[in-house]
Design a protein around this ligand. Structure first.
Ligand SMILES: *[C@@H]1O[C@H](CO)[C@@H](O)[C@H](O)[C@H]1NC(C)=O
Ligand SMILES: *[C@@H]1O[C@H](CO)[C@@H](O)[C@H](O)[C@H]1NC(C)=O
Ligand SMILES: *[C@@H]1O[C@H](CO)[C@@H](O)[C@H](O)[C@H]1NC(C)=O
Ligand SMILES: *[C@@H]1O[C@H](CO)[C@@H](O)[C@H](O)[C@H]1NC(C)=O
Ligand SMILES: *[C@@H]1O[C@H](CO)[C@@H](O)[C@H](O)[C@H]1NC(C)=O
Ligand SMILES: *[C@@H]1O[C@H](CO)[C@@H](O)[C@H](O)[C@H]1NC(C)=O
Ligand SMILES: *[C@@H]1O[C@H](CO)[C@@H](O)[C@H](O)[C@H]1NC(C)=O
Ligand SMILES: *[C@@H]1O[C@H](CO)[C@@H](O)[C@H](O)[C@H]1NC(C)=O
Ligand SMILES: *[C@@H]1O[C@H](CO)[C@@H](O)[C@H](O)[C@H]1NC(C)=O
Ligand SMILES: *[C@@H]1O[C@H](CO)[C@@H](O)[C@H](O)[C@H]1NC(C)=O
Ligand SMILES: *[C@@H]1O[C@H](CO)[C@@H](O)[C@H](O)[C@H]1NC(C)=O
Ligand SMILES: *[C@@H]1O[C@H](CO)[C@@H](O)[C@H](O)[C@H]1NC(C)=O
Length: 411
């Protein structure tokens, strides 16, 4: 049995003024499954006694979650139903669906009562009208993330009814009573650089996510011996065409605790594969036994992020990045960009890595990347310069003192 709670958002303004944002929460037993807020407005044309009229009105903040709402079951999809209207009730309802990685609003319906003279003055007919539309592409988000879309989007529910949604922040299929901190931001909210861009040729700067968390990844061979070790924060940068037909460069941090690790080990070839719900990423390492160096020789990715209409796949098998001596671990504390293809790069943070010759399941002696060495060189140079300066001052002082001393003696 669904227990429902509707809350007013604007406490001081009161709920009487049909301002905007409506907050809602659908609770089943003790667990919350749908929660959030949204602004909605309607444009509905109806027949009047002397022609047709269009009524434009906002979903009032006093709208409340109706008993019809439910968290769903195996056979029944979760539903958020919001009722509004003082004398006659109108109902806006969203139905949700999900798959392995995404949830979405799959269906929107509206029941409106033409007898409501406040909204539909001089309506020639009375009674409840029902309209409904399937909207699978409208609002989708990763599971365990909050869908956010400040921008407005309009949907035609029928020839007579248009619905505009804005300021949406909500989550369905919730795993706790609070909205997830992780957000799926709609593509309309992602700023685009050029004015009036032709489709699929512009790149827009995405919101910059924070520095990725450092993951501790290891691959173990059949005998239980660790053969690849990696300690690093990874941020993927993929340039792709969104479902809105816009080209964006999107950044995504790999969440270590949501990543599964696999891989393979060989004498001169080994690999590390990192997977989460939306992304598969494989690093291949090669050892050159002539030069006694190993390096990152190939990277491939396949991703299906919320904004992508098709699976994004990219790779490069002729890389020679992260070069290091065999028997050492490669270390790069500075942020580094691995350019894999023109549309795919990886930013690495605080990296330590060893794909060959691991003994005792631990990293061997570190070999610093060039950027780190240069970064270390600067303080050394500055330090040496300061030491030199101190020496000069000291020598000058001693010479000066000796002269003064000599001066006194002549008197
Ligand atoms: C949604 O409604 C709130 C409360 O009235 C308002 O402050 C906000 O600007 C609205 N957001 C959008 C995107 O219209
Ligand atoms: C809800 O929580 C209360 C108190 O925490 C508990 O007594 C009750 O059994 C719970 N009900 C369900 C359906 O879990
Ligand atoms: C709904 O939107 C369509 C397309 O923007 C427009 O042609 C139509 O007049 C609108 N209908 C109403 C009732 O606002
Ligand atoms: C208005 O009336 C006409 C015929 O009188 C009908 O075809 C039309 O569907 C009506 N429109 C609405 C919005 O009820
Ligand atoms: C219908 O009549 C009312 C007054 O009776 C008037 O205010 C309204 O503008 C009229 N509408 C049309 C479409 O003529
Ligand atoms: C969502 O979170 C719940 C609880 O933390 C977890 O059981 C579930 O596997 C997660 N689902 C996804 C797709 O991450
Ligand atoms: C793993 O075990 C197999 C036989 O069980 C052995 O031939 C092989 O040398 C072992 N590999 C390592 C890395 O110890
Ligand atoms: C992401 O890739 C694009 C295209 O190569 C590039 O312009 C942008 O600077 C990159 N962003 C970051 C943060 O690496
Ligand atoms: C994963 O890590 C993030 C950040 O530390 C944390 O907020 C989240 O709860 C963790 N998720 C799981 C399933 O442990
Ligand atoms: C190893 O490096 C040497 C010198 O750079 C090169 O000539 C050789 O082709 C490399 N071998 C392999 C297997 O890549
Ligand atoms: C990642 O790999 C798994 C297993 O091979 C596959 O089921 C999944 O579809 C892949 N995901 C993507 C986004 O390619
Ligand atoms: C690395 O391992 C290979 C094969 O296990 C071995 O032949 C080689 O001597 C090792 N090199 C170092 C520097 O430990």
């Amino acid at each position: 049995m669904a227990r429902a709670a509707g809350v007013c958002w604007t406490l001081l303004m009161g709920c009487v003024f049909a301002a905007h944002a409506v907050t809602f929460e659908v609770i089943d037993g003790n667990s919350t499954c749908i929660k959030g807020e949204l602004n909605a407005s309607f444009s509905i044309s109806y027949n009047t006694t002397n022609g047709t009229s269009v009524s434009v009105f906002a979903l009032p903040a006093s709208a409340s979650v109706s008993e019809r709402s439910s968290c769903g079951s195996a056979a029944v999809p979760p539903e958020l139903a919001l009722v509004f209207g003082d004398t006659h009730t109108h109902t806006l309802s969203l139905l949700f669906s999900r798959d392995q990685r995404l949830y979405r609003v799959s269906n929107i319906s509206l029941q409106y009562n033409l007898s409501d003279g406040d909204i539909f003055p001089q309506s020639s007919s009375a009674g409840v009208q029902s309209v409904m539309a399937s909207v699978s592409e409208l609002m989708s988000a990763r599971l365990n993330s909050t869908y956010r879309c400040v921008s407005s989007s309009s949907i035609s529910l029928s020839a007579a009814v248009n619905l505009t949604l804005s300021g949406v922040q909500m989550e369905a299929y919730m795993s706790s009573a609070n909205l997830s901190a992780d957000e799926s931001v709609c593509s309309a909210d992602q700023p685009s650089t050029t004015v009036a861009p032709p489709p699929s040729t512009t790149t827009s700067p995405p919101p910059i996510p924070p520095v990725p968390e450092r993951g501790n990844y290891s691959v173990t061979d059949g005998n239980g011996t660790v053969c690849v070790l990696a300690l690093m924060g990874l941020q993927l940068n993929i340039t792709h065409t969104t479902t809105q037909n816009q080209s964006v460069s999107e950044l995504m941090n790999l969440q270590p605790n949501q990543t599964t690790v696999s891989g393979s080990c060989g004498v001169t070839e080994s690999s590390l594969r990192l997977s989460d719900e939306t992304t598969n990423l494989t690093f291949s390492f090669t050892m050159n036994s002539t030069t006694q160096k190993y390096y990152l020789s190939a990277v491939s990715v396949s991703a299906l992020w919320p904004d992508m209409s098709v699976v994004f796949e990219a790779g490069n098998t002729s890389l020679s990045a992260l070069q290091c001596s065999v028997g050492r671990s490669y270390v790069c504390s500075a942020q580094q960009m691995l350019s894999v293809t023109p549309v795919f790069s990886i930013n690495t943070f605080r990296l330590q890595l060893q794909p060959f010759n691991i003994t005792a399941n631990r990293f061997s002696t570190a070999e610093e990347c060039r950027v780190d060495q240069e970064n270390m060189l600067i303080p050394i140079i500055v330090g040496a310069a300061l030491a030199g300066l101190v020496l000069i001052v000291l020598v000058a002082y001693l010479i000066g003192r000796k002269r003064t001393h000599a001066g006194y003696q002549t008197i």
